[in-house]
Design a protein around this ligand. Structure first.
Ligand SMILES: Cc1cc2nc3c(=O)[nH]c(=O)nc-3n(C[C@H](O)[C@H](O)[C@H](O)COP(=O)(O)OP(=O)(O)OC[C@H]3O[C@@H](n4cnc5c(N)ncnc54)[C@H](O)[C@@H]3O)c2cc1C
Length: 556
């Protein structure tokens, strides 16, 4: 793996030879992208303006991040750091004034927990790991601007620890500067979300009580009249405690009463939170941060890519920020790897990166919106202003969302809002209808094989397969993508499934199609018959095959 030569004490070391990639920012997004690129043999320079460990809000992680942390190779270090294991969440939200808990194991057997982390320590583990992987990490180095030639990013101008300015050219710039959004600011890419114009006040308490029993290491999320609070227990004995408020309403209160008084009075309005911190001492903060959600119009351009919060930010209700940073970092590393070797493929993969990242973003965004609108514990300006009244304002693209909710949710929050919240009736009914239909289809085809071979599949209107870039092993590659109105973002599928879909014309039976595929590709029908009926089952349950004409399941 190539490594830049970097004598530790040479002040001129900033004038190094041009790296392949400059990464701006050493948070979870930047560290992930940089580590994976360096592991792939690229020369990576990471510029981070702070010295780590540095404080950062956002301590509660999601199990969905565990595969990324494993792929990075830091899981053992995280276990060894002693971070508390987070098994679920306890909420005072929805229609029930009593707290209720749910656990990741209910929806994620493989990864039933995540961690509650001190971000200073967590982020340092990831950044040090990037260094170990060969990244040239320079702390105390602030990027001033990204250099463009025409529309193409060609390098950056930065200030080193002594404030001296340098420029460095590179083949690719990764903007992982978090809310600093170096490129987003320069190119005016950010669009603020009108729904989530909140602010957060947070601080750290020593000696806060934990929740009882199984919920001991859960995050507590408590809705109250003017917003909601969080309490996150940490392994250091501290607890991260915060309150999310309406930005326009809270600002004047902070100016009038002072930050600490505004913080304490908001916490006092949340009895469960107040009880946990009753005998605790505030040892850091309070700190106020703007908590407005945003997306960037574009996230990939000629020679640059945006990762994590530098691209988009969603309300912290679901603790999704670090996960989005880690997973977009992984996608970005694949994109940059592709861009450094195949321009044509990279050109086509740019929109795919955006779609893959924004699909995850939208999932959390729509769920947060639904959650906000489903709280009926308090009638107040905060909650009234966040009700979803009409369908058009609410769920877009609504069908995709309903389908995501009705499928196998990786996070599990969806169940909770449907079961414990008070979501708009039409929405709940739509989700239930999709779920019932799915379950009925699943039951019908569960053990069918011969019957499926005899059936004639009829595809849903507008289902089609396109050749597009898909995520391969650490880079994008050309592959087949199934596009349906329910999943407009597309789902990668195998060449065999693409062939089947191309031949399902509403007249040929599955066995006709099986025979014709085998004849054209010299395959043995017996050897792939099971695979074909398994694919038909999945496509039918998913709704891509709308009907199986002539399908008559045998007695069960
Ligand atoms: C109130 C609140 C609560 C939150 N709670 C949670 C939570 O519980 N769980 C969760 O997962 N997420 C939470 N988040 C979100 C989470 O903090 C972020 O989404 C996450 O840190 C994003 O990671 P990142 O790598 O994109 O950016 P960051 O972690 O912000 O890292 C960006 C890095 O870039 C550096 N940088 C910035 N500008 C420059 C520059 N010009 N030159 C060089 N370096 C630069 C910064 O110093 C920083 O180290 C919360 C956010 C808020 C506002």
């Amino acid at each position: 793996m190539p490594r830049a030569s970097r004598p530790a004490t040479d002040p001129a070391r900033a004038e190094r030879r041009a790296p392949d990639v400059v990464v701006i920012g050493g948070g979870p997004g930047g560290s992930t992208t940089a580590t994976l690129l360096a592991a792939g043999g690229h020369d990576v320079l990471l510029l981070e303006r702070e010295h780590f460990p540095r404080p950062h809000v956002g301590e509660s992680l999601l199990p969905a991040s565990m595969p990324v942390l494993e792929a990075l190779g830091v899981r053992d270090q995280l276990e060894a750091a002693g971070f508390l294991k987070k098994w679920g969440a306890t909420m005072v939200w929805g229609t029930d004034p009593e707290p209720w808990s749910w656990y990741f194991r209910e929806t994620n057997r493989r990864y039933p927990h995540s961690f509650q982390v001190e971000r200073a320590e967590f982020d340092k583990i990831l950044l040090d790991h990037a260094r170990t992987a060969g990244v040239d990490v320079r702390e105390g180095h602030r990027v001033i601007e990204v250099l463009f030639e025409g529309d193409a990013a060609v390098g950056v101008r930065f200030a080193d620890e002594r404030g001296r300015e340098h420029t460095v050219r590179c083949r690719f710039v990764v903007d992982a500067s978090g809310q600093g959004a170096v490129i987003g600011h320069a190119l005016k890419l950010r669009q603020w979300d009108p729904f989530f114009r909140n602010l957060a006040i947070y601080g750290y308490y020593e000696g806060a009580r934990h929740l009882d029993g199984d919920a001991e290491t859960n995050i507590l999320v408590e809705a109250h009249a003017d917003g909601w609070c969080w309490v996150i227990p940490l392994h250091t004995g501290r607890s991260s405690v915060g309150v999310v408020l309406d930005s326009a309403r809270a600002q004047p209160v902070i100016e009038r009463e002072g930050l600490r008084a505004a913080f304490e009075s908001a916490l006092a309005g949340a009895p469960r939170t107040a009880a946990l911190i009753a005998d605790a001492t505030l040892t850091e903060g309070p700190i106020v941060v703007k908590d407005w959600s945003y997306v960037s119009d574009e996230v990939v351009g000629d020679g640059y890519i945006l990762v994590g919060d530098a691209a988009c930010f969603v309300d912290p209700l679901f603790s999704s920020g670090v996960h989005l940073a880690l997973s977009s970092g992984m996608l970005a590393a694949a994109y940059v790897t592709t861009a450094l070797k195949d321009h044509e493929l990279a050109h086509a993969a740019g929109p795919v990166y955006k779609t893959l990242y924004y699909t995850q973003y939208r999932h959390f965004h729509e769920m947060a919106k639904l959650f906000y609108s489903s709280n009926r514990n308090a009638d107040s300006y905060f909650w009234e202003a966040r009700r979803i009244v009409g369908e058009d304002e609410g769920f877009s693209p609504r069908h995709a969302f309903i389908n995501a909710v009705a499928g196998q949710p990786p996070q599990g929050y969806e169940r909770v809002v449907l079961e414990r919240g008070d979501a708009p009736g039409a929405f709940v009914e739509s989700v239930q209808a999709v779920e019932e239909e799915r379950a009925a289809r699943e039951r019908a085809v569960a053990e069918a094989h011969e019957e499926l071979l005899a059936a004639v599949p009829v595809l849903m209107a507008d289902a089609r397969v396109e050749v597009q870039p898909v995520l391969g092993d650490g880079e994008f590659e050309w592959g087949h993508v199934l596009l349906t109105p329910m999943r407009p973002e597309g789902t990668a599928c195998s060449a065999l499934v693409a062939e089947l879909l191309a031949r399902f014309d509403g007249e040929a039976s599955v066995s006709d199609v099986l025979r014709s595929v085998c004849a054209d590709f010299s395959l043995d029908p017996e050897a792939i018959a099971e695979t074909v009926t398994a694919a038909v089952r999945i496509l039918y349950v998913d709704g891509t095959i709308e009907q199986l004409a002539g399908f008559a399941p045998g007695p069960r």
